[in-house]
Design a binder for this molecule. Sequence first.
Ligand SMILES: [Zn+2]
Ligand SMILES: [Zn+2]
Length: 358
Amino acid sequence: MTRVIKILGILVAVLLVGVLLINTPAVQDKLLDRAVTERLMNNPLDLFNDDALRVVICGSAAPMPVEGRAAACVMVIAGGKFYVVDTGNRSTNNLGLWAIPSELVGGVFLTHFHSDHVGDLGEFNMMTWAQGRPEPLKVFGPEGVKKVVDGFEQSYGLDSTYRTAHHGADLLDPAIGKMTPEEVPLEGDSAIVLDDGELKVTMFSVNHAPITPAVGYRFDYKGRSVVISGDTTKSDTVIKYSEDADLLVHEALAKHIVKQMEFRAGSMGNSRIERILFDIRDYHTSPVEAAEVANAANVKELVLYHLVPTPPNKIAEKVFMRGVSDVRSAGVTLGYDGLTYSLPIDSEDIIFENLNDR
Ligand SMILES: [Zn+2]
Ligand SMILES: [Zn+2]
């Protein structure tokens, strides 16, 4: 008994010393300095240094409110630069948390102009400018990009002048803080958006009717490839332009779950939500259909993103993916923010990691 009391006494004493230390400003400052140093040193340059095509899901959700996920965003790293396909709301926060080096940005590609795809464009432009982007931000996309870019430029105009006035034009040059809209017209069902001899980016039309234009992108880099579908129904052009791709990042809306939500909203008398849930079912792709697209295109790995609704737990994930394994038994992953694929050149390897674990 006395021994137990002694041990308890020691534990309480240790606890009290711990509490005392944590409340001491000098100790707090030391911990703070260590945290700040670690944060500033956290620079995932290895993602850029070796020769590989890399893909990071920087936003796996859609417009519905959700915790821990940004709206549509896919980052592609190739040739020492990174490109962002769509800047869904909260995606810039992810890129900041992962310490993606802003000076290496190559451009933004927009698939269409729904808010869950463009919401963070102003933030992305401002953050990469403040963190040392060397030139204006190129924003590629189909017809409409100029209007969207002009709108963001206007709404962030005062913010830019405040920052230049405060920090000085030598640090925050207003000319570099601008965005350059690169509106690319489709020729038939596609167009080459970028081709520097090593990286080729092809834009192709998809079916997100009544939303038009709506496009997806294929990135080819030294024999490795990734396709990002954007928002679409099950589409022949996605199959055509995904042919033999290493990776297909495809949107997914679980129609069976949305139908159930629609029914429940109706039975509870919420006709507004019932109507919206009904409307969205006709311009997206179900997880099973996305698996069919990947099979038809002979894609090695399929990643689902733009998840509607976003499954909040493992059971919901199983419901979301119901029927997929019957169509495609392997090579399919439910995406999440931070999911990263490395495709080394001169290799068939597809290596994945979670950037949040670094
Ligand atoms: Zn859309
Ligand atoms: Zn969307």
